[in-house]
Each structure stands twice: as C-alpha cells, then as structure tokens.
Design a protein around this ligand. Structure first.
Ligand code: FDM
Ligand code: MG
Length: 211
C-alpha cells in the first residue's frame, strides 16, 4: 500500500509505579518535536472525558465501583480515544502513550475473581502499539523513590501482582528497559529505541491488539 504521508508510530510506555514513565514520555515528545518529528503525548486513563471523570473519582477513592464495571470503563476510555488517535497516526503524528491496555489487564487481573483472559477481551482490536517500552525497576529500587500517593492500587502487595501480570503479556513488540539509570541516561536509550520504531512503522499498517 502506498501512502502520501507516512504514518506516525504508536509507542506505549508501561511499567510499575515510580518507574519513570511520565517523565520519560514527556522528555521523549519534547526531544522528537525538537528534531522536527511530529509527536504528541497521550495518557490513559484520560481523566478529562465523562468516562475519565468517573475513573478519576474511583482512583481517588471517592466512590466504589464493581471490579468488572471499572475494568470496562478503563477500556471504554481507550475506545473513545481511538478515532482521534487513528486520525493523528495516519496524518503522520507519533503518539507517545503513558499506559495502555496492558495496564488495564495487569491491574484488573491483580484483583480476586477477574482472570486475565476475561480482562483482555474488551481490549481486543484496539490499535496495536508498534512498541511497548517497559521500564523495569526492582520493587526495592522503586521503594527508594518518592512515596506512594493516596490513590487506589498504590500498595506494595498489589503492585507485586501487577508486575507478575505484566510478565505474562510480553511479546515481540516489548522492549525491556532498565529504569534504574538516571533520567538522562534512560532518556538517551528511550530516544534511540523510539527513532528506530518510528522509522520501521512508516512502512507498516497499524495492527489490531490481541487478534
Ligand atoms: N490503571 C490504568 C488501571 O487500573 N487500568 C487501566 O486501564 C489504566 C490505564 O490507574 F494505578 C491504573 C494504573 C494506576 C492508575 O495512574 C492510573 P496514573 O498515575 O494516572 O498513571
Ligand atoms: Mg500514579
């Protein structure tokens, strides 16, 4: 298939709490933009939509929601973004995404009574990331970083189960990156990986997740 404009890449960051995802996403977008590459920062949950407001209240522990129901809201929060994401990708903008369906599955299936295959189903068919940059940090190293906040899920035992669940989802799009480096060292690695991914994505169609 020939294209007038080569598409942007879908680059997702995953990793446990305090692994540096948000910092690295921001630095990567800035660096790409400085190099004249169209790139935009994206994040899930997007707390600014109507669905995102419900999710945010749940995370802030201002309301309770049944486990399956909140899982589906997180997923819906991705699906509602798909038209805009596809528009940007096809017009040549690279999306750098802070958390995606992998967070959805890793967190929900860390709860009692929700299994991984059930959690994956509503995510099937979402735009497939060209690469998942997984920032790896040992629980010990993470605990030396700033304290957890007051949001739901910010407890060590839960985070351990999330880390185990992430491991079950790795595939050939995943790049495991040592997050114990300094911010700048990590950024250098991330930037090099991203440039390669962006170049490679130009010749490929966007896939569908877990199909
Ligand atoms: N989270 C995030 C989920 O449980 N499911 C999801 O689909 C996504 C995208 O929400 F604890 C969890 C992960 C984390 C919280 O935190 C969002 P940040 O700090 O906004 O990334
Ligand atoms: Mg957080």
């Amino acid at each position: 298939m020939s294209r007038l404009i080569s598409r942007g890449a879908l680059i997702v960051f995953e990793g446990c709490d305090r692994s540096g995802k948000s910092t690295q996403c921001k630095k990567l977008v800035e660096a790409l933009n400085n190099d004249g590459i169209k790139a935009k920062l994206w994040r899930f949950p997007d707390r600014d939509t109507a669905i995102g407001v419900m999710i945010s209240r749940y995370l802030e522990q201002k309301c309770e929601l049944e486990d399956h129901a909140i899982h589906l809201l997180f997923t819906a929060n991705r699906w509602e973004a798909v038209p805009r994401m596809m528009e940007l990708l096809s017009s040549g903008t690279t999306l750098v995404v802070d958390r995606y369906a992998y967070s959805g599955v890793a967190f929900s299936s860390a709860k009692q009574g929700l299994d991984m295959s059930w959690c994956k189903q509503p995510e099937v068919g979402l735009p497939k990331p060209d690469a998942v940059l997984f920032l790896q940090l040992t629980p010990e190293a993470a605990s030396e970083r700033a304290d957890y906040g007051k949001e739901r899920y910010e407890q060590p035992e839960f985070q351990d189960r999330v880390a185990d669940n992430y491991k079950l989802m790795t595939d050939d799009t995943w790049k495991m990156i040592d997050a114990s480096q300094t911010i700048d060292e990590l950024h250098t690695v991330v930037r090099a990986v991203a440039l390669e991914v962006i170049e490679k994505a130009k010749g490929q169609d966007i896939g569908q997740l877990w199909t």
